[in-house]
Unconditional design. Structure first.
Length: 223
């Protein structure tokens, strides 16, 4: 039996939580997982117990849960579908990067593997999606990468926006208006914890100020 969209959503959320922990053997707290999939902790626990019986996760009561080898493979496949669909909708269909996440959330559960691989070939086998998120390979591999953010990178050093860690459309529109999409070069001039602000100097000597919460979600690489 093919996994349901609900099962795939749990596995994908768990995969992303483990990547954020930078340890594929770490246990993800049940409360964190429940929040990620938008359900009550009790509902999440019931589902995780069922997934454990299916061999997709390893559940330790009162401690947390991690993906099994089989669960990791399935989660990576779902994530690959999602991110390739986003890239396809932007690059081929001409949609805005701010509006493709919700469509990809629906389509990731229904497209065939054959169609996904065709999309991948048409796109030239991209390594990242429009938000800079890495796309797993057909084998489910995804190279680990540690990012700085605008909140942690060196001051007065040229950096490049490479990834955005928030798919909320309103936030993405804000970044677009500030010209902070992936690929944008800039420098962090100053941080003011009292004012909760980060001052940036973008290409063309344009100065802007954003909040520290927003800055923490804009991931960069030092040029």
């Amino acid at each position: 039996m093919l996994p349901s969209s609900t099962v795939e959503n749990y596995l994908k959320a768990l995969y992303q939580a483990q990547v954020a922990l930078e340890n594929d053997k770490a246990l993800v707290p049940m409360g964190q997982l429940a929040s990620a999939v938008g359900v009550a902790p009790g509902t999440a626990t019931t589902m995780i117990k069922a997934l454990a019986k299916s061999g997709l996760v390893e559940y330790e009561p009162y401690l947390g849960v991690r993906l099994s080898t089989a669960g990791t493979a399935l989660a990576a496949m779902v994530l690959r579908r999602h991110r390739l669909i986003e890239q396809f909708l932007v690059e081929i269909m001409g949609m805005s990067w701010t509006e493709v996440h919700e469509d990809a959330e629906k389509l990731e559960h229904v497209v065939s593997d054959r169609l996904i691989e065709r999309m991948d070939a048409m796109l030239g086998h991209p390594s990242v999606d429009p938000h800079g998120d890495p796309i797993p390979t057909p084998d489910g591999d995804m190279a680990p990468h540690r990012y700085h953010s605008l909140l942690t990178c060196p001051l007065h050093t040229q950096v490049k926006v490479t990834r955005v860690a928030d798919q909320d459309a309103t936030f993405l529109r804000f970044l677009e208006a500030q010209r902070l999409k992936p690929g944008q070069a800039l420098e962090v001039e100053a941080r003011d914890s009292a004012a909760d602000s980060v001052q940036l100097l973008t290409e063309g000597q344009r100065r802007i100020t954003i909040g520290t919460k927003a800055a923490s979600k804009v991931l960069i690489e030092v040029a």
